[in-house]
Write a protein that binds this ligand. Structure first.
Ligand SMILES: Cc1cc2nc3c(=O)[nH]c(=O)nc-3n(C[C@H](O)[C@H](O)[C@H](O)COP(=O)(O)OP(=O)(O)OC[C@H]3O[C@@H](n4cnc5c(N)ncnc54)[C@H](O)[C@@H]3O)c2cc1C
Length: 306
C-alpha cells in the first residue's frame, strides 16, 4: 500500500452503539431512535485538517479546534458527520419538523398503508393557555375542571374521526382520500437523515423556549440523549456557545454600557428612541424587543433601568 495512505478503521462510537435502535419515548405514543450514523468528533477534526489519520493529535488540541470551528461558524467540517433517526410524531409537530429542508426524509405513506391508529392525547392538566405577548406561544394552563372537559371532547373527536376513516376504508374509498379528515394529532413515522451542521441548526431552533413544546421534547432528546453521546466534544461546545449563550444587538450593547456607567438619562433616551417606553394606561405597553432585552438582563441579574 502507498505509504502516504495509512490503513483506516471504521469509525464507531461505543456510547452511541449502546443505544442503537433503542427507542426514547416522547409524548404519549411517540419515540425517536438512532438507526445509523457516520463519523464522530474526530471526523470533524480530520476534515478540518484534511490529513487522514493525523487528525487525531492530542485530544486537547482536537477539542480546541472543534470549539474554535463552532465558535467561528466554520461549518463544513460538521457536515462530515451524519445521523439517521427513526421517529414517531404527531402530524402537527411533524409539519414544523419537515420545514427543515436540509435533511433526507422518508415518511410513512397513508396512501399505501392504513393510517397509524394513534393520536396524541392531552391530559386534563396539560391544556396550555394562549400567551398574551408572544402570539405564537403558550403560557400557563387551563384550570383542571375545564381541562377535563377538553380532554373528554378530544377523546370523542378522535374516536369519531377514526370511525369515519374506518368506514370509508371498509366501503372501498381510496386510502389517499379516506385520510383527509383525520386530526393533526394522528401519529406519523419517518426516517430522517441529516448532517451534524444542519442538525445543530435544527436543535438551536427547536430546543429554544419559543419553539412549540411538543417538537421541543423531541429536540431535547436528540440533543441531550443522542448528540451528547455521539459527539460529546461538539455537544459541550454547542451547549456553551449556542443554546446556553445570549446575543446582544449593537443598541443593546450601547444600553448596557449606559447601565454600567449609571447614565440613567441616556438609557431612557436611547430606549425611548427605540420606541420601547411607550405607555398605555400608565404602564409600559408590551414591546417584544424590550421584553427580550429584559429577559437577558434577568439572566445577568441586572434590574431594569425603566
Ligand atoms: C419558533 C419558530 C416559529 C416559526 N414560525 C413559523 C411561521 O409562523 N410560519 C412559517 O411558515 N414558518 C415558521 N417557522 C419555520 C421557519 O421559518 C423555518 O422554515 C424553519 O425553522 C426551518 O429553518 P431553516 O429554513 O433555517 O432550516 P433548513 O430548511 O434546514 O435550512 C437550513 C439553512 O439552509 C439554507 N437553505 C435551505 N434551503 C434553502 C433555500 N431553498 N433557499 C435558501 N436557503 C436555503 C438556509 O440558510 C437555512 O437557514 C418557525 C420556526 C420556529 C423555530
Amino acid at each position: 500500500m502507498d505509504e502516504r495512505f495509512e490503513k483506516l478503521e471504521p469509525i464507531r462510537v461505543s456510547a452511541l452503539d449502546e443505544i442503537l435502535g433503542e427507542p426514547f419515548k416522547v409524548l404519549d405514543d411517540g419515540f425517536i431512535r438512532v438507526i445509523d450514523y457516520m463519523g464522530n468528533d474526530s471526523s470533524i477534526v480530520q476534515a478540518a485538517r484534511v490529513s487522514y489519520g493525523k487528525g487525531t493529535k492530542k485530544m486537547r488540541e482536537d477539542r480546541g479546534l472543534i470549539r474554535y470551528l463552532l465558535r467561528h461558524h466554520h461549518t463544513t467540517p460538521f457536515e462530515m458527520c451524519e445521523i439517521k433517526l427513526h421517529l414517531r410524531i404527531p402530524m402537527d409537530a411533524w409539519r414544523q419538523w419537515i420545514r427543515h429542508r436540509t435533511a433526507n426524509v422518508n415518511e410513512y405513506s397513508t396512501r399505501y398503508s392504513i393510517a397509524i391508529d394513534a393520536a396524541m392525547k392531552t391530559l386534563p392538566g396539560e391544556w396550555r393557555m394562549q400567551a398574551k405577548v408572544n402570539r405564537q406561544g403558550s403560557e400557563g394552563f387551563l384550570e383542571e375542571e375545564l381541562g377535563r372537559e377538553m380532554t373528554e371532547d378530544e377523546l370523542k373527536l378522535h374516536a369519531f374521526a377514526r370511525d369515519i376513516y374506518n368506514k370509508r376504508i371498509e366501503s372501498g374509498v381510496a386510502r389517499e382520500q379516506a385520510r383527509k379528515d383525520l386530526p393533526l394529532s394522528t401519529y406519523t413515522e419517518a426516517y430522517w437523515k441529516i448532517d451534524l451542521h444542519n442538525l445543530l441548526h435544527f436543535l438551536r431552533l427547536r430546543m429554544e423556549k419559543n419553539a412549540q413544546l411538543e417538537i421541543r421534547k423531541y429536540a431535547e432528546i436528540i440533543g441531550r440523549e443522542i448528540v451528547k453521546r455521539w459527539v460529546p466534544v461538539v455537544w459541550e461546545a454547542f451547549e456553551e456557545y449556542s443554546i446556553g449563550s445570549t446575543q446582544f444587538s449593537s443598541k443593546e450593547i450601547e444600553l448596557l454600557k449606559f447601565i454600567y456607567s449609571g447614565e440613567k438619562e441616556k438609557v431612557n433616551e436611547l430606549a425611548a428612541s427605540l420606541g420601547w417606553l411607550k405607555e398605555k394606561e400608565g404602564n409600559l405597553s408590551a414591546n417584544i424587543e424590550r421584553m427580550e432585552f429584559e429577559q437577558k438582563l434577568d439572566e445577568l441579574g441586572i434590574s431594569y433601568p425603566w
